[in-house]
Design a protein around this ligand. Sequence first.
Ligand SMILES: C[S@@+](CC[C@H](N)C(=O)[O-])C[C@H]1O[C@@H](n2cnc3c(N)ncnc32)[C@H](O)[C@@H]1O
Length: 266
Amino acid sequence: MDDRDYAMMIRKIDELFDLDLRSYKEGQMRWRLSTFVSRSGCESTAAFVGRLSRDATLVDDLRTMLTINVTEFFRDAAQWRTLRESVLPDLLQRTSTPKVWSAGCSHGGEPYSLAMLLAEAGVRRASIVATDLDRRILSHAKAGGPYGPKDVVSVPPEIRASAFEERDDGLYVGAAVRKQVQFRELNLLRDRFPTGVDLVVCRNVIIYFTDDVKTDLMRRFHEALTPGGVLFIGATESMLNAEDLGFSRLASSFYTRPNPDMARAA
Ligand SMILES: C[S@@+](CC[C@H](N)C(=O)[O-])C[C@H]1O[C@@H](n2cnc3c(N)ncnc32)[C@H](O)[C@@H]1O
């Protein structure tokens, strides 16, 4: 896809989805878009853009391709074990009413996993906010299902037995877990972030963004966190400039915004 066609796609996608492709890694995005355009059977990018105006299914398919909603409950089990066994217990020493934000929550597997761990830890008054820019995936998340066997493969068996209910069309998260999570639409590139958050979970979202955008988001996550709060990122992600951004590394995939009061007391 040449520069002129890519610029045309940038304009159309911004108009359709309020999504600024200039924040996403360009090489990867151009390749994905040109593959998508050629698979659509359209002979040119201009023809593809024209078809978008009269083909709602194509618009939906394009949104699905762009947002990459791949997710699952307790995705990357080793990191969730660290959260369950060490990060969360430490965090709960600091507050018994934690505020948690799952940013880029997709179909809800991630925030519901958080709700399950907090319930297991006996937390009664957690606030779990889960956000995504994709309205369609948020309606699936709000409905609490249906989920298939692959979605729940990493759920610890002792949690799985009590947290889900089986219905004709698949598994649903039980009402007690569901009511712990508030879902809402939020575009990380445009919208204001929640504040006073004790645990920000943003996994497998920023990998698609340019380095500058990544750094900017990390700065904004830092601001969103309370002192002592924790950022949980994806298993394949890393934050090379963590210290420059004011974070300290707690464990693989976990960073904290240091609490100056604790440092003074030590
Ligand atoms: C690959 S999924 C990751 C889901 C989950 N966090 C996980 O690790 O399993 C990426 C999600 O990020 C969302 N996303 C992509 N760009 C976004 C943006 N600018 N603002 C908010 N969400 C975004 C997508 O809609 C998608 O649901």
